[in-house]
Write a protein that binds this ligand. Structure first.
Ligand code: ASP
Length: 327
């Protein structure tokens, strides 16, 4: 009898919880949602997040406010969301750094594969190798020769260990077999300010931060990391064309929620993300910045989960072979 009562109790509790979850999911969202960007305002991840958040807000009928929590290559912001209430009102927009940080940091405040629910992929953004406007070299070959000859004085900006700019910078240094002096920022928004001001020399950063500056001639571009040249930057060769063998990399972005967020809620957010990625304004603004929205099939929890798992497995041996950890 006691066992039966316990079973009935458990079943009743489960039913109440299911009921309240589905009521919650039907009324969600009822207030402002915070989208954490784990880098400084004004940078490429921030730009992608704000465009997507604006469109998702319209679909959800509630504001999505972007909060920038920069530092430690994106791991502080991700950690903030891992600790947040799993109620659908705090979400995270992060990039490839979610995967690389899982190996680069041996002591993370969260367990990457078990601390989040998945909403979907957003976009895959090419990188650009750029320099301050008056930097001497005029092409990629000249850049490689110059930095090799001046390796103790050339400075490379990045957004900290685990950032996309860090990853691309490391790939560059490894390709030319020359370590360079790196200068970490809380995001490549502030790094770009210093590049424009001439305080740092070079950077590898997403087109979502560099395209307008390259077009305006305020910084110098040596290469794009996409397999093909980009329509918005027709004069910039690919890194492979410029002489860096196999140097292609894309910075994929995804939206996450804290572990335990109800599936109905992440599914609602996925639907909204899919609407945003088909929004002509988002498509046009992405195109101006050298990128395209992820296809609808990828803006799903399953696709992002598979991507994250695959990318952790892909980068783990590379990082372990390099033996360069953040901690
Ligand atoms: N582009 C930066 C990175 O290196 C992040 C940012 O500021 O958005 O990952």
């Amino acid at each position: 009898m006691k066992i039966l009562k316990t079973m009935l109790g458990v079943t009743a509790a489960a039913a109440v919880s299911l009921l309240s979850t589905s009521t919650f999911a039907q009324t969600y969202p009822e207030r402002t949602i915070t989208m954490v960007v784990p880098f400084a305002a004004g940078g490429p991840t921030d730009t992608v997040a704000r465009l997507v958040a604006e469109s998702m807000s319209k679909d959800l009928g509630q504001q999505i406010v972007v909060e920038n929590v920069g530092g430690a290559g994106g791991t502080l912001g991700a950690g903030r969301v891992a600790q947040a209430d799993a109620d659908g009102y705090t979400i995270l927009l992060h990039h490839i750094g979610m995967a690389t940080s899982a190996t680069l940091y041996r002591k993370l405040a969260y367990d990457t594969l078990n601390a989040f629910e998945y909403v979907g992929l957003v976009t895959d953004v090419p990188m650009t190798i750029v320099a301050r406007k008056d930097f001497e070299p005029t092409d990629l070959k000249g850049l490689i020769d110059y930095v090799k000859a001046n390796k103790d004085t050339v400075t490379v900006a990045n957004a900290g260990i685990g950032a996309a700019s860090h990853l691309c910078g490391m790939m560059f240094m490894s390709a030319i077999e020359t370590p360079l002096v790196t200068v970490p920022y809380k995001g490549t928004g502030p790094a770009m300010t210093d590049l424009l001001g001439g305080q740092v020399d070079i950077m590898c950063d997403q087109t979502t931060n560099t395209t307008k500056q390259i077009q305006g001639g305020t910084i110098k571009a040596y290469a794009v990391t996409s397999p093909e040249k980009l329509p918005v930057l027709p004069d910039v060769p690919t890194a492979v064309e410029g002489g860096l063998k196999d140097f292609t990399v894309g910075i994929w972005h995804g939206v996450y929620a804290p572990k335990g967020t109800p599936a109905e809620v992440t599914e609602r957010l996925s639907k909204s993300l899919q609407v945003a990625l088909k929004d002509q304004n988002v498509i046009d603004r992405f195109a101006e910045l050298g990128t395209v929205p992820s296809p609808e099939a990828d803006a799903t929890p399953a696709a992002l989960k598979a991507k994250l798992e695959g990318e952790i497995a892909r980068w783990k041996p590379v990082i372990e072979a390099a033996g360069q950890y953040a901690d």
